[in-house]
Design a protein. Structure first.
Length: 207
């Protein structure tokens, strides 16, 4: 197999990263694998469920980024991995894992994946999904209330106390490392289509 291409897709929480990643995946079928930074939250199994709710999950220390880096390096060597599964309901890592086989393109998705230099250096193409803060907040409220069973007050409190200040510290400043910036997130069909065509050209190359 020729060199595996690693694409990082970063951006603020609820910026539309998932929409961009889904478009990339659907265009390339099984020739692309996804590793989300969210899979690699630390389990904090030594803490009680109540204590785990108090953790700042928008800080780099909440992630087991070293494990993500190791898994990417294995995939680049043609070695399959068993990536973690994280539960947002229990705020911990589950016992089961998911087998991920090597592919021509690896997509890494996460709001602060550009913050870690070693992780950033593994990426061949770095994409930043840029969306207005008000729009991101509305999307986050809808997602966390409807999909994760959170209360409206808890979502807003978390946003003001950790999400927004951590975004200003660990997300926005690292936008400068992006090779491609997609304004308006998943609504920017032209930018996404251009990126999709680039990825399609990569995966069509002979292995």
């Amino acid at each position: 197999m020729k060199d595996i291409v690693v694409i990082g897709v970063a951006g603020g929480s609820a910026s539309g990263k998932t929409t961009v990643v889904n478009r990339l995946q659907s265009s390339c079928n099984d020739r692309v694998v996804l590793l989300s930074h969210d899979y690699y939250y630390k389990p904090f199994s030594e803490l009680s469920p109540e204590e785990r709710t108090k953790i700042n999950y928008d800080h780099p220390d909440a992630f087991d980024t070293e494990l993500l880096i190791k898994d990417i390096r294995k995939l680049k060597q043609g070695i399959a991995i068993d990536r973690p599964v994280y539960s947002y309901i229990e705020n911990t890592r589950l016992k089961e894992t998911v087998r991920v086989n090597p592919a021509k393109v690896i997509i890494i998705d996460g709001f602060m994946i550009f913050e870690n230099e070693k992780l950033r250096e593994l990426m061949d193409i770095k994409v930043f999904v840029d969306t207005d803060a008000d729009e991101r907040l509305i999307r986050r409220i809808k997602r966390d209330v409807n999909e994760r069973g959170r209360s409206l007050d808890s979502v807003i409190n978390q946003y003001t106390e950790t999400v927004k200040p951590m975004h200003e510290l660990f997300v926005e400043p690292y936008k400068k490392y992006a090779d491609i910036i997609i304004p308006r997130g998943g609504l920017n069909d032209i930018a996404i289509d251009m990126l999709v065509h680039r990825i399609e050209a990569i995966v069509e190359e002979d292995f």
